[in-house]
Design a protein around this ligand. Structure first.
Ligand SMILES: Cc1ncc(COP(=O)(O)O)c(C=O)c1O
Length: 499
């Protein structure tokens, strides 16, 4: 592996934003970082995308659609919380490949695992895990995944990505639903024949209840429960399944307790009404899917009260509650799983994961385990090489107390965002977050997009979501010094907008 080469100079500007003083780390102060080779500050010397990125874009554009490409990355030179592009620019990355880098780029611990002789065969050979697992598969699952299983869930299924984890979780719910309908009897010959032909009774009319602004992926079953932008859904014949309103809360949550409680009650009533309506339409609901914090849909939060109520409704209807923790899982909210913030009476029935977990998959309760082979299955059902890295990530989270770090850095970031929205009330609103899983709204989408572009030009890379929101999805190894760099740039960009 080529050496990771460079480091950059500290930057010394300290600015006052009137309410608190922030600054990029001073030359005299050691910058806090978990990876010693991480740069100290961003360096930008071309427009982003720069000339080399533009060239590569043209080249790639001859063979595929490149509409979503922002710039080309030099992954060899990216390090820690810093992303290097092919033009030599180095950005503080607070978006991390759509929320999927747990420790940082080229983390030394992962590089070490990559180079270990004993890991070679696992890294080179990609088995069909469902039929020919390696001898250490069970222990790898236990060391990496089961060691962080949500309390109360002890079954796990690996998958490749977020959407296929959601799809297969849905299948697990449908299988369990029909098994109950049959009262434990085997399927009839008619069911076995009609399912292959694609009609009832083998292919039953069942549904999954989801929420407005929910996002669960882009394959057909996942799309049926996704309700964000047209670009995700136009032209696809997805089934018409019930969708209830996700609470539209006022922030800060603790200052609008009464209003938010009324809104959550309204949404819970709607869930009950939809369950009833689809039962009457002869398309009963086999399960409920929800994100702990709606991400793609705009970083929308709900309170423990809402999720506890949802679990009660699911229990009353004897259907599973499935939590999509693809984006919220793996520590970003300050707990390993976001739902651990809610004090649920019982474990959720299914928890899907992917992104920072490096492998897709889901944890589930015993009663959702399929009884026949090949029911929840595909060629690879995951990738053992990811388990090598996940084990390192999980150990690092535990050994270095990264969940506490996320809480500390997150509260510092959120208080900085509160200060900014107080200073620029006409532009910014609704600062919100749990851990470093933070967001803030802009007065409109154009302003948001302009600020994102200008921030990137100052060496800070962030993502958008919803209509006019920016979302923070940094690594778990983010320190206050990194937040200072962001706040410095943010203040300068927003201050520039006003004048
Ligand atoms: C909550 C949630 N579920 C599912 C998915 C789909 O994951 P993937 O893009 O890996 O298919 C995403 C992706 O952003 C997500 O945020």
């Amino acid at each position: 592996m080529a050496a990771l080469l460079w480091s950059t100079k500290s930057c010394v500007s300290i600015i006052s934003r009137g309410l608190r003083t922030y600054g990029t780390p001073s030359a005299s102060k050691a910058v806090m970082k978990s990876d010693p080779l991480e740069p100290d500050a961003p360096v930008v010397h071309t427009a982003i995308p720069g000339p080399r990125s533009q060239e590569l874009l043209t080249e790639l554009g001859t063979i595929q659609n490149t509409g979503a490409v922002q710039f080309f990355v030099d992954y060899e030179r990216s390090r820690g919380n810093y992303l290097a592009d092919v033009d030599g620019n180095v950005m503080l990355d607070l978006f991390t490949q759509i929320s999927s880098v747990p420790l940082g780029y080229n983390h030394p611990r992962l590089v070490k695992a990559l180079l270990k002789e004993e890991n070679r065969a696992t890294l080179i050979n990609r088995p069909a895990l469902g039929v020919f697992p390696p001898g250490d598969w069970s222990s790898r699952l236990r060391n990496a995944l089961l060691s962080v299983a949500p309390p109360g869930l002890n079954q796990v299924q690996t998958m490749a990505c977020g959407a296929c984890s959601v799809e297969h979780s849905q299948k697990a719910m449908f299988i369990a639903y029909q098994r109950r309908q049959r009262g434990g009897q085997p399927p009839s010959p008619e069911e076995l024949q009609s399912c292959v032909e694609g009609h009832a009774p083998g292919s039953p009319n069942l549904s999954v209840l989801s929420f407005t602004n929910g996002f669960h992926g882009r394959t057909m079953g996942a799309l049926a429960v996704t309700h964000t932008k047209w670009v995700h859904k136009l032209d696809f014949p997805v089934p018409d399944w019930p969708c209830a309103s996700f609470p539209n809360l006022q922030y800060p949550l603790d200052q609008f307790h009464r209003e938010n409680r009324a809104e959550e009650d309204r949404c819970l009533d709607e869930v009950k009404e939809r369950l009833h309506a689809w039962e009457k339409k002869n398309c009963p609901v086999a399960g409920i899917i929800v994100e702990p914090i709606q991400s793609e849909g705009g970083d929308n939060h709900a309170t423990s009260y809402f999720f506890q109520g949802l679990q009660d409704i699911a229990n009353d209807h004897e259907i599973p509650l499935m939590l999509d923790e693809v984006q919220t899982g793996c520590g970003a909210t300050g707990k390993f799983w976001a739902h651990e913030h809610w004090d649920l009476k019982d474990a959720p029935d299914i928890v899907c994961f992917s992104k920072k977990m490096l492998t897709g998959g889901f944890f589930y309760k015993d009663h959702l385990r399929p009884q026949e082979a090949h029911r929840i299955f595909n060629t690879w059902v995951g990738d053992p090489s990811k388990m090598i890295f996940l084990e390192e990530v999980v150990n690092m989270i535990k050994e270095e107390g990264l969940l506490q770090r996320v809480k500390d850095t997150g509260s510092y970031l959120l208080s900085g965002l509160y200060d900014m929205q107080t200073k620029y009330p006409g532009i910014l609103s609704k600062a919100r977050g749990l851990g470093t899983y933070c967001a803030i709204d802009f007065k409109d989408a154009d302003t948001r997009d302009k600020v994102l572009n200008e921030l990137r030009q100052k060496g800070v890379h962030l993502g958008s979501c919803g209509n006019c929101t920016i979302r923070f999805r940094p690594t778990l190894a983010l320190f206050r010094d990194h937040v200072d760099i962001f706040l410095d740039a943010f203040n300068s960009v927003i201050g520039g907008l006003k004048s």
